[in-house]
Design a protein. Structure first.
Length: 298
């Protein structure tokens, strides 16, 4: 079948919040973190809360995560303050309350927390729980980007890509921001760098090999759009039969997440594919486990 031209990820309506991320400045074991948290160390409480929220080497436990992070926030831990806001923004454990979320983001932002600054900027720019003020929102996001937060750098790339918030559309500037975030292993940015290479958005130069390299980096982290883009690029019905199973695997994974293009493509091609290829691709998709992002480990 004829493959659809890649779309440039999602429309820019609401950027994703910066979720609590792992922070391993001084690596410690789970037992060491637990012991330190029980002694009241805010940093350990925050890190342990991250682990339980995401289910890393332990069963996911959002309530325990919230309790640990709230203890750290009560001690003034900047990113823990932002993380409490995240719980309110998402309605996890606590009732969803965007006004309360924004208040927590601000507490962490004024203390210099990069994720808090980013989330506060998002809230203000889009009027989520606070009156909308695009200029003020962007200012906070730029502050977070100044601390090298990949989420914020990626957001600045989207502003340039779409010509958002009074900025002219500028693919060169967008690519610079996307590449900076991508090199920090931020999956959404890696996918966008792949889109730039796939569609020749920089100097009209198409580089499929580079595109697939960046799509793969993001796909391996579980990014559904990158999985779809990689699957389409490899081609489940393309001329290279050695790539068919892998291409189908990535499309199946994207389909599992509801990615629109993957869903559409599979509905068309699946009836015509060899059963053995489908079975092997499903086996590989079932065995897939996303790798942790290096951007979460800073």
């Amino acid at each position: 079948m004829k493959m659809h031209r890649l779309a440039a990820v999602c429309l820019l309506s609401l950027l994703a919040l910066a979720a609590p991320q792992l922070s391993w400045a001084v690596p410690r074991t789970l037992d060491e973190l637990t012991a330190a948290a029980e002694k009241g160390e805010a940093e350990a409480q925050y890190r342990l809360g991250q682990i339980y929220l995401r289910g890393i080497d332990v069963p996911k436990n959002p309530r325990k995560s919230y309790e640990l992070i709230k203890h750290a926030a009560d001690q003034g831990h900047a990113e823990a303050l932002a993380a409490v806001g995240y719980f309110y923004a998402q309605g996890i454990v606590v009732e969803k309350d965007l006004t309360e979320a924004a208040a927590w983001f601000r507490k962490g932002a004024v203390k210099g927390g990069a994720k808090a600054q980013f989330n506060l900027g998002q809230a203000i720019a889009y009027g989520r729980g606070v009156p909308a003020d695009e200029a003020e929102g962007v200012r906070w996001i730029q502050m977070a980007a100044g601390q090298n937060l990949p989420n914020a750098i990626y957001a600045l790339g989207e502003f340039a890509f779409y010509g958002k918030f009074g900025r002219p559309q500028d693919y060169q500037e967008a690519f610079r921001f996307f590449l900076q975030a991508a090199e920090a292993d931020y999956a959404s940015a890696q996918n966008m760098v792949g889109v730039f290479y796939k569609d020749g958005l920089i100097d009209r130069k198409i580089d499929i090999a580079q595109a697939e390299t960046w799509f793969r980096k993001a796909a391996e982290q579980g990014d559904a759009k990158a999985q779809s883009n990689l699957g389409h690029s490899l081609g489940p019905e393309g001329p290279d039969a050695t790539k068919h199973v892998e291409a189908l695997k990535w499309l199946l994974l994207a389909n599992r997440a509801g990615e629109v293009m993957a869903v559409k493509t599979l509905s068309i091609i699946t009836p015509h594919l060899p059963p053995a290829e489908i079975a092997e691709a499903r086996k590989q998709a079932s065995a897939f486990r996303p790798r942790p992002s290096a951007s979460d480990l800073n």
